[in-house]
Design a protein around this ligand. Structure first.
Ligand code: HDE
Length: 730
């Protein structure tokens, strides 16, 4: 029996869970043993019954509280210690359980047991995170997102601790503290929160050109995912697959979301940060609770060890990606997230990832950024989780047995039997016990190392711009506009003009037009690539790229076909024309969309025929930025009220500005009148040449035409090429 989605509360675990029959259930069963249900009555932590939880023990009714009140002392003391240090980066996150299943055996490439059989489901826990903000920061800030997956395999835990972008800012771990200090709030006044738009970040960025490629990603719409369910994941570094025969391959990991890759608009993202700072975690939680379990396919780009020099860049350089048209991504399996965590702290906060948690058949590479991470994560867990036994915390336990002679340490839970805590021994079970190294080692020997110590960086890491240019060239016009706008926004927040100037001079090495467009709004000189090239530490070196444009790098080039889980707002008031609306609601639900009625107040609105429709949200509590599309049903009275209601007009105008699909039926078109759309030929479905704006005759709803057009337009996600969108004062 596997824990596949159950509608209505797929997230909840029954207290009498059935016995585990496959690997996927093993983790659930294990966690079950630690799960505590609420029960009547209260006790202290020692199990002593508590009769009064309202009054502390005092010397007389008016007297001081007594120190001997151990119930009060215990409660207050525990409370004072209930926080742990947040992660130094990636502090804000949310997680969910699920499983991974290969589509085929990868035996040819790796001996990793969880990749051998399409029959085997492996339990996983995934934590998504924002990298720069603190635990309480908003979800929708511009940032790279963490995408960390813990596979509970039968050979131990394997962690793929990646991001939603395939490259990273820096090439060597020794720069990480500098990068993060520059990115985080400035140390004197602790501002700004969860934002790179400040002097210290751009000061660093302008002086360290290796960050340029990653900047292109973070300034692009990839920095603003519409949903965690709609973003890609990447292992970033080259890892290695090792087969049972000892053959070695470089491998880059990809997660491809089944719902497509989609982003928010920057204005929208900023507004959501105020309206619902939990937007992304709420979206994930609600989707799983509703049984809309998100899925990703695992892809690998495999390069035979020894063939890596065929690439024009260094495979060990984490600021480079392997273009998919150069080495195609093989899809090898599927991950489904189907259960929300039971307790945020116990699971999501205490989960401890480590890129060095590997299983036999998967190895790391000599990527100098990865090498530094191998040290950092254990160290981080020691600081955060208070000692060396964090592997015993339920969410971190492997599902296979643990046996070694590590003993003691803070919070040790295992009660190890016997007098033997060393190897080899004969006293453990009466015969000689000795590890002889016959089994495959987790870290197989690779090429012998015979080199002088050096702090030198390889010349093959010198090109910082070719792939930034490749990324730029691969974007659609709208995506390019967004990148320009993002650079302008960020650099306009920089107070020191020299920093802005250095940055646009650097950008001139990516693309002169990009740099000129950014500079134009900043009140600085036109970009000067020569000025950048003359600067200390700046290398003006470009490799010869084999690929000049890569479709996989653009989100616009790959719109999805489905509108599953997309949110549609139906704006209504009393007097709404219900029959066509009902039909559209049915059609949209059948296509998997989530429709919500939005009005000026909660309760219900009356229809033309005097019936009542229940309102889900108000314009104030669920503004247009929380939706993917808008439907304006007809009904004279309803539309007259909505046209006179500022918040309703704003709702629709803002949706227009953010490129969302808007469908108006009959009189509903009047709400769009402020934008100059009208529906004079009321009997026709008018395809106004404005993308994603459908003005429809309600009678056409019944023949399915409106449904079809509406779905097709929503599936395109956003329609950026709209006239006068900048004129909308939303
Ligand atoms: Fe991390 N990173 N990182 N990182 N990272 C942490 O680990 C670090 C890097 C990533 O949901 C910390 O447990 C160094 C790249 C994710 O719990 C810390 C370097 C990538 C998460 C740490 C990097 C990542 C972290 C903070 C440069 C993408 C959240 C607390 C050498 C491939 C995991 C902790 C979760 C978290 C160090 C660079 C991804 C301090 C030193 C590159 C998704 O150990």
């Amino acid at each position: 029996m596997s824990l596949h989605p159950k509608r209505n509360g797929a997230g909840s675990r029954s207290s009498a869970a059935p016995p585990a029959k496959n690997n996927q259930d093993k983790k659930t069963q294990q966690l079950e043993a630690f799960t505590v249900a609420a029960s009547p009555g209260l006790t202290s932590n020692q199990g002593v019954p508590i009769k009064d939880n309202h009054n502390s023990l005092k010397a007389g009714d008016n007297g001081p509280t007594l120190l001997e009140d151990f119930i009060l002392r215990e409660k207050i003391t525990h409370f004072g210690h209930e926080r742990i240090p947040e992660r130094v980066v990636n502090a804000r996150g949310c997680g969910a359980h699920g499983y991974f299943k290969p589509y085929k055996s990868m035996v040819q490439y790796t001996s990793a047991a969880f990749l051998q059989s399409p029959e085997l489901e492996t339990p996983v826990f995934v934590r998504f995170s924002g990298s720069s903000g603190s635990q309480g920061s908003a979800d929708t800030v511009r940032d790279v997102r963490g995408f960390a997956v813990k596979f509970y395999t039968q050979e131990g835990n394997y962690d793929l601790v990646g991001n939603n972008m395939p490259v990273f800012y820096i090439q060597d771990a020794i720069k990480f503290p500098d990068l993060i200090h520059a990115l985080k709030p400035e140390p004197n006044h602790e501002m700004p929160q969860a934002s790179s738009a400040h002097d210290t970040f751009w000061d660093f960025a302008s002086l360290v050109p290796e960050v340029t490629h990653m900047l292109m990603w973070t300034m692009s719409d990839r920095g603003l995912p519409r949903s965690l369910r709609m973003m890609e994941g990447f292992g970033v570094h080259a890892f290695r697959f090792i087969s049972a025969r000892g053959d070695a391959f470089f491998v880059k990991f990809h997660w491809k979301p089944k719902l497509g890759v989609h982003a928010l608009d920057w204005d929208e993202a900023q507004k959501i940060a105020g309206k619902d700072p939990d937007f992304l975690r709420r979206d994930l939680w609600e989707a799983i609770e509703a049984g809309n379990c998100p899925e990703w396919e695992l892809g690998v780009q495999i390069v035979d060890a020894g063939r890596e020099d065929d690439l024009e860049f260094d495979i060990l350089d984490p600021t480079k990606l392997i273009p998919e048209s150069q080495v195609p991504v093989q899809i090898i399996g599927k991950m489904v997230l189907n259960r929300n965590a039971e307790n945020f702290f116990a699971e999501t906060e205490q989960v401890a990832f480590h890129p060095g948690n590997l299983v036999p058949g998967i190895d790391f590479s000599n990527d100098p950024l990865l090498q530094g991470r191998l040290f950092s994560y254990t160290d981080a867990q020691l600081a955060r989780l208070g000692g060396p036994n964090f592997n015993e915390i339920p969410i971190n336990r492997s599902v296979c047995p643990i046996h070694n002679f590590q003993r003691g340490g803070l919070h040790r839970q295992a009660i190890s039997k016997g007098r033997v805590a060393y190897e080899p021994n004969t006293l453990g079970n009466g015969t000689e016990f000795r590890i002889d190294g016959a089994a495959q080692d987790v870290q197989p020997p690779s090429k012998p190392v015979d080199a002088s110590k050096t702090r030198h960086r390889r010349a093959s890491f010198d090109d910082h711009f070719s792939q930034a240019t490749l990324f730029w060239n691969s974007q659609s016009l709208a995506e390019k506009d967004h990148i320009v706008a993002a650079f302008r926004f960020e650099l306009s927040k920089v107070e020191v003009p020299d920093i802005r100037q250095r940055m646009v001079d650097n950008l001139a090495h990516v693309d002169l037009k990009l740099a000129a467009r950014v500079a134009a709004s900043l009140g600085i000189n036109a970009p000067d690539p020569k000025a950048a090239a003359g600067r200390l530490g700046f290398r003006d070196y470009r490799m010869t790229s084999k690929v000049s444009e890569e479709p996989a790098l653009s989100m616009a080039a790959r719109p999805g076909a489905s509108i599953k889980t997309r949110k549609i707002a139906i704006v209504v008031a009393d007097g709404v024309d219900a029959p066509p609306l009902r039909r559209l609601l049915q059609d949209m639900a059948a296509a998997g969309a989530v429709c919500k009625l939005v009005a000026s107040r909660l309760g219900s609105v009356s229809t033309l025929s005097g019936k009542q429709l229940v309102v889900d949200h108000t314009f104030a509590n669920m503004p247009s930025v929380m939706f993917d599309a808008v439907l304006i049903p007809g009904g004279n009275e309803s539309i007259t009220s909505l046209c006179g209601l500022g918040e309703a007009v704003h709702f629709v105008l803002e949706a227009y500005k953010h490129g969302k699909t808007i469908c108006a039926l009959n009189e509903g078109t009047q709400l769009l009148a402020t934008l100059g759309f009208s529906n004079e030929k009321n009997s026709e479905l008018i395809n106004v040449p404005t993308p994603g704006i459908l003005l429809a005759d309600a009678r056409k709803v019944l023949d399915g035409q409106v449904t079809q057009d509406f779905i097709a337009a929503i599936a395109l996600h956003r329609h950026w090429d709209r006239l006068n969108a900048e004129a909308v004062p939303a």
